[in-house]
Design a protein around this ligand. Structure first.
Ligand SMILES: [Zn+2]
Length: 404
């Protein structure tokens, strides 16, 4: 069957309200880290939803107590390529939301609620796309997978588990909000901690001590200069690397020269850089200060206990692959424009799928990243619908329709 015909047959079954209702249900189930059992309820909801639609290849894969990935498979008849939709089940807590986070609201063409953009909108579009394919009665050639993963907003333990189990498909789409831009690259993110030890003394006799806060201030200034140097570098897809001191902490009381002071650093790195070089840059700064101001001890540590244990490495995928070509073609057919491919501003699990599982993967989903984690998180309904249409088109192109 021709792709256009198959797509039409499936999209005839599409109903706007069904998509919006599904997204509303996802939003009503909080899944952030302040919720007991975090993603568990949402994972179960998705499992039951797909089961109700006749999916029988379903699994809750518990990574820790009460925190499962939800995995679904619509098996193909053979002969096509396999495709996986990857989406994270967790959101950030509603830190600064001014709208009710779990009571979805439709207004002026947007659907508002916590996670509407990051990334329950995309989850809804992926799930309904799969459901419509199944309902159509058409049979796919290649396998179609859904991997709803936990913990992406923290350490990506859900996708780390996919890596550990050797999950394998031909292509994957990570549905982070890209405003329907096809993202084939993004920066890596590394968190480092500098520990500076001096010598404690009474606050009335600072000359008897060595104050690590002053050294931390010098390190911070040097990092600021390093950032200026980094800003001059330019990667064609992801732009400039950067470095930022996000936390400085140390000392107990004004009348004490403290013993120790900490700096926490965020480093965004490009596919051209190496992990080692990030540490070497900071080591160089510390070594210079060591010589200029003896009597202090410095330690540079990775904060990989708070980030992905496999490291938040950069993404860099060849844009000339069937996955990207299909997304471009479908986007052009549904929206009238082909914008090619670009880079994603944040970090995504696609980087792990590519490096550790050798699955060519891109980031592609509805919603503006600026609206993620925002006080008025909301997704444009038009954007959401286009995502579903493109996902359906992608499934047909990659998996193929069985003629039998
Ligand atoms: Zn996200």
């Amino acid at each position: 069957m021709k792709r256009e015909l198959a797509r039409e047959k499936i999209l005839q079954l599409f109903d706007r309200d069904e998509l919006l209702d599904l997204l509303k249900e996802l939003i009503k189930i909080p899944s952030h880290k302040q919720v007991e059992w975090q993603e568990d309820r949402l994972a179960r909801f998705i499992l039951n939803y797909l089961r109700g639609e006749g999916f029988d290849n379903l699994k809750l894969d518990y990574i820790m107590e009460n925190r499962p990935n939800v995995l679904a498979l619509l098996p193909g008849k053979g002969g096509g390529k396999s495709l996986a939709f990857n989406g994270h089940l967790d959101t950030v807590p509603p830190y600064n939301m001014v709208l009710p986070p779990y009571q979805p609201l439709i207004k002026n063409g947007f659907l508002y609620g916590l996670g509407a953009v990051d990334m329950k909108g995309s989850l809804a579009a992926m799930l309904l796309a799969m459901v419509l394919v199944r309902r159509s009665g058409l049979t796919l050639q290649g396998d179609l997978h859904f991997t709803g993963v936990i913990d992406q907003e923290q350490c990506s333990l859900g996708t780390v588990e996919l890596v550990r189990r050797g999950f394998k498909v031909d292509y994957a789409v990570v549905g982070e909000p890209t405003n329907l831009k096809i993202c084939v690259a993004h920066k890596g993110m590394e968190w480092m901690k500098v520990v500076i030890r001096g010598k404690s003394a009474h606050g009335s006799t600072p000359d008897k001590g060595r104050n690590p806060i002053y050294m931390a201030a010098r390190v911070a200034r040097e990092i600021e200069s390093l950032n200026e140097i980094l800003q001059k570098k330019h990667h064609p897809l992801v732009g400039s690397p950067s470095i930022n001191v996000g936390v400085i902490s140390g000392g107990d009381d004004p009348n004490i020269v403290p013993q120790v002071c900490f700096l926490e650093i965020d480093r965004r790195w490009t596919p051209e850089e190496s992990l080692e070089s990030l540490y070497q840059d900071v080591e160089r700064i510390l070594n210079r200060l060591k010589l200029a101001y003896p009597g202090y001890q410095y330690e540079l540590l990775s904060m990989d206990d708070r980030t992905c244990p496999l490291r938040n490495i950069p993404l860099d995928v060849n844009p000339d692959i069937p996955l990207v070509n299909s997304l471009r073609r479908n986007l052009e057919e549904f929206t009238g424009t082909d914008l090619g491919s670009t880079s994603f501003r944040g970090w995504s699990d696609a980087a792990l799928l590519v490096r550790d599982l050798d699955i060519p993967s891109v980031v592609f989903g509805p919603g503006l990243l600026e609206k993620a984690h925002a006080a008025d998180e909301g997704i444009e309904i038009k954007n959401l619908i286009t995502a579903l249409q493109v996902y359906v088109g992608l499934i047909i192109d990659i998996c193929g329709i069985s003629e039998g």
